[in-house]
Design a protein around this ligand. Structure first.
Ligand code: NI
Length: 244
């Protein structure tokens, strides 16, 4: 055998015997950035008005939104991790729904941040480039910058004045923060030692109490109504992963 052939065989043998680079192991941080969509599976109770009582069929639904999603995983062991989901603020339209308000269009909008923390399990060996995972944890959703539309104010004015107008001049909306269960599944596929692609899906139990106030032109309150709104979204994210 030639010297160069023997060296080639030796090099191949060394490469075959060398341990694979560790993909994920205890102490690693994996950061991910991508496109995240919050897609509510929403439903609401009937609107309950101080002035008029429960109005059957006066309901709302919540539409979807897409933002920059950011997640971080910290590997506590080679297989158990803590995961955090963050994002730029989501903005959702709140639309009329049910027999009475269905077709009314956009009644309000809100922004929210849905930070979610999960305990994650990575079943594959740490040497694997393919790292699926599942997580279970909690979601905290903070709603802010709630705004009502002139459509909603017009509906209140019509109802309060019997169609004559001139009773309700403005409305506002307040949504309580939500704290609930969250579950996720996802996968990273490492293309190089540090860079990979990621896809993940969460479900979060997000419920809020909505309060709508209606005011006369002089600022006095004409009515206060409440609704229980279940948002319970699926959250989808695709992006890139970077292992630190
Ligand atoms: Ni719920």
């Amino acid at each position: 055998m030639s010297r160069s052939f023997k060296l080639g065989v030796l090099a191949a043998a060394v490469m075959a015997a060398a341990p694979m680079a560790q993909a994920y192991e205890a102490g690693d941080f994996i950061g991910r950035a991508g496109v995240a969509t919050v897609d509510p599976d929403s439903s609401s109770s009937d609107l309950n008005s101080d002035a008029l009582g429960v109005l059957p069929g006066a309901q709302v639904s919540v539409d979807s939104d897409t933002q920059l999603g950011l997640t971080v995983t910290y590997m506590i062991t080679d297989q158990i991790a803590i995961g955090v989901l963050g994002a730029t603020p989501f903005k959702h339209d709140i639309e009329g729904d049910g027999a009475v308000l269905g077709g009314a269009g956009k009644l309000a909008e809100t922004k929210h941040l849905p930070p979610t923390i999960t305990l994650q399990f990575f079943p594959m060996p740490s040497s694997s480039k393919f790292q699926p995972y599942a997580g279970l944890g909690v979601n905290y959703t903070n709603f802010f910058e709630e705004k009502t539309t002139s459509t909603l104010t017009g509906i209140y004015d019509d109802v309060a004045s019997g169609g004559a107008g001139g009773v309700v001049a403005s409305t506002d909306l307040e949504l309580d923060d939500s704290f609930g269960l969250a579950a996720e599944i996802g996968m990273d596929y490492m293309i190089t030692e540090n860079v990979g692609v990621n896809a993940a899906i969460w479900w979060a139990d997000i419920d809020t109490d909505a309060t709508i106030n209606a005011y006369a032109a002089d600022g006095s309150r004409v009515d206060s109504s409440t609704l229980d709104v279940e948002i319970d979204p699926w959250v989808y994210m695709v992006g890139v992963s970077y292992k630190f």
